[in-house]
Design a protein around this ligand. Structure first.
Ligand code: FES
Ligand SMILES: [Fe+2]
Length: 389
C-alpha cells in the first residue's frame, strides 16, 4: 500500500495529543511535526505567545554610538525605531506616526528629530511630539499625549534586547545566570566590526536547530569546519531562558584549520579559557563565544518559511586597535563566509523537504539534545496545556 500524506492525529493543530512524542525523553523523542515549520497558523501563534513576549535580541548598542544615531527594523511585522537620545540613552519606539500612522523613520542614520514623511509631524529623540503643522485649529490637542509609543529596550554588556510586552519581567530574569557564566569574555569591552544580513528560505526553528547541534558538521561542513577536530560539544546546565553547548578545544573556533589569528582574550577563565560556548538565548539568538572573539546569529522571523539572519562579529577593543587588525580579520570573515552559506543552503533544503505533504515526524540522536529542548520550550508556550492534562 502506498503511504498517505501525513496529517496530524487531531484536527486542531494545537491539540496536545499531537505532540506526545516530542515530550518523551530524548532517547525516545520524536521531532516536532513538519507543519510546525510551515503552517502560518502555528507561526502566528509563535509570534503572539513567544516573540511578542520575549526579550528579543537586536544587536549591539555600538551600532548607534552618538546622540541622534538611529536604525529601524521590522520585527515580526512590527516597525521599530531605535535611537540614542541626547542623554546617551538607547531607546526604542514604535515606528508609527501618532497622526495617521506612517512610519516616521526609515533605514538608519543620524538626525536631530524624526519628521514624518506624510504631513511633517516631528518627534524628538525622546519620542516627544515637537510640532504638528496646522494642529492649532484642532480642539483639545495635547502634545504630551501624542509622542511616539515607547517600547521596552534593555542592555546587557552592550547587547540590546527589545520586548513588546509592557508587563514582561526584566531582562536580567530572562538571561538568568548567562551574564555571570560568560562574564570573563568581557563582552562590554568588545566592538562589533561587521554585521551581515541574509534572507533565509526557512522557518526560524530550522535555523536555530542547525546552529545548536554539531551532528551535521561532518556532513555539511566536511571540507571546512569539520577539520577542527575535538570531542563532541556538551550540553551545559543553565538557569534562565537560555540553553548552551560547550566544546573543549585548542585554538580559536572562529578560524579555519591552518589559519592563525589574534591573541586570546586575556580575561578568560574556567571553561571559557578551555574551549568555546555556544548559547541559545531563547527564542532565536545564538552566540559563538570563542577564545579570541564572539559572533552572533540573530534571527528575525518574517513568515512560517522566511527568516532574516543577521550575523554580527565582535572583537575586544584592544584587538580592533591593532595595526594589523583589518588584514588579519579577513581570515575570520573567510571562515564565517564559508560556513554560514553552508548552513543557509542546508536549511533551505530542509525547509523544502519538511514542507512536503509526505514529510512526517522524525527521531533524534544523542547529539541533538538542544533540538529537543527547543521543541519543548516552544510547545510549552504555544499550547494551552502542553502536558495535555
Ligand atoms: S501620518 Fe505622520 S504626519 Fe500624517
Ligand atoms: Fe553548521
Amino acid at each position: 500500500m502506498l503511504d498517505q500524506p501525513y496529517s496530524p492525529s487531531e484536527p486542531d493543530i494545537f491539540s496536545p495529543a499531537i505532540y506526545a512524542g516530542v515530550h518523551r525523553p530524548l532517547e525516545d523523542a520524536e521531532t516536532l511535526p513538519p507543519f510546525c515549520y510551515s503552517s502560518e497558523a502555528f507561526f502566528r501563534r509563535e509570534v503572539e505567545r513567544i516573540f511578542m513576549k520575549a526579550w528579543n535580541f537586536i544587536g549591539r548598542a555600538d551600532r548607534i554610538p552618538n546622540p541622534g544615531d538611529y536604525f529601524t527594523l521590522e520585527f515580526v511585522g512590527v516597525p521599530v525605531v531605535v535611537v540614542r537620545d541626547n542623554d546617551g540613552e538607547v531607546r526604542a519606539f514604535a515606528n508609527s506616526c501618532r497622526h495617521r500612522g506612517a512610519m516616521v523613520a526609515a533605514g538608519e542614520g543620524n538626525c536631530r528629530a524624526f519628521r514624518c514623511p506624510y504631513h511633517s509631524w516631528a518627534y524628538g529623540l525622546d519620542g516627544q511630539l515637537l510640532s504638528a503643522p496646522e494642529i492649532d485649529k484642532s480642539r483639545n490637542f495635547d502634545f504630551a499625549e501624542y509622542g511616539l509609543v515607547p517600547l521596552r529596550l534593555e542592555l546587557w554588556a552592550g547587547f540590546m534586547f527589545l520586548n513588546f510586552d509592557p508587563a514582561a519581567a526584566p531582562l536580567s530574569d530572562w538571561l538568568g545566570d548567562l551574564p555571570e557564566r560568560l562574564a570573563s569574555y568581557r563582552f562590554e569591552d568588545m566592538v562589533c566590526v561587521r554585521r551581515k544580513e541574509y534572507l533565509l528560505d526557512c522557518n526560524w526553528k530550522v535555523y536555530v536547530e542547525n546552529a545548536m547541534e554539531a551532528y551535521h558538521v561532518p556532513t555539511v561542513h566536511r571540507s571546512t569546519l569539520q577539520r577542527q577536530k575535538g570531542p563532541h560539544a556538551q550540553k551545559q546546565p543553565t538557569e534562565g531562558e537560555w540553553i548552551a553547548l560547550w566544546k573543549e578545544h585548542e585554538g580559536s573556533r572562529a578560524l579555519l584549520v591552518g589559519d592563525t589569528g589574534f591573541p586570546f582574550i586575556e580575561s578568560l577563565e574556567g571553561q571559557a579559557a578551555r574551549g568555546s560556548w555556544y548559547p541559545l538565548i531563547y527564542p532565536s539568538t545564538m552566540f559563538g563565544a570563542t577564545r579570541d572573539c564572539m559572533w552572533w546569529l540573530e534571527l528575525h522571523p518574517l513568515s512560517a518559511s522566511r527568516t532574516k539572519l543577521i550575523v554580527g562579529s565582535s572583537f575586544p577593543k584592544r584587538t580592533v586597535q591593532r595595526n594589523d587588525f583589518s588584514e588579519i580579520v579577513q581570515r575570520y570573515y573567510k571562515r564565517w563566509d564559508i560556513s554560514i552559506p553552508e548552513d543557509n543552503e542546508i536549511s533551505k533544503l530542509q525547509q523544502k523537504g519538511l514542507s512536503s505533504p509526505f514529510a512526517r515526524p522524525g527521531r533524534l540522536t544523542h547529539l541533538e539534545p538542544l533540538v529537543h529542548d527547543l521543541a519543548n520550550w516552544v510547545l510549552d508556550r504555544v499550547l494551552d496545556d502542553p502536558a495535555g492534562r
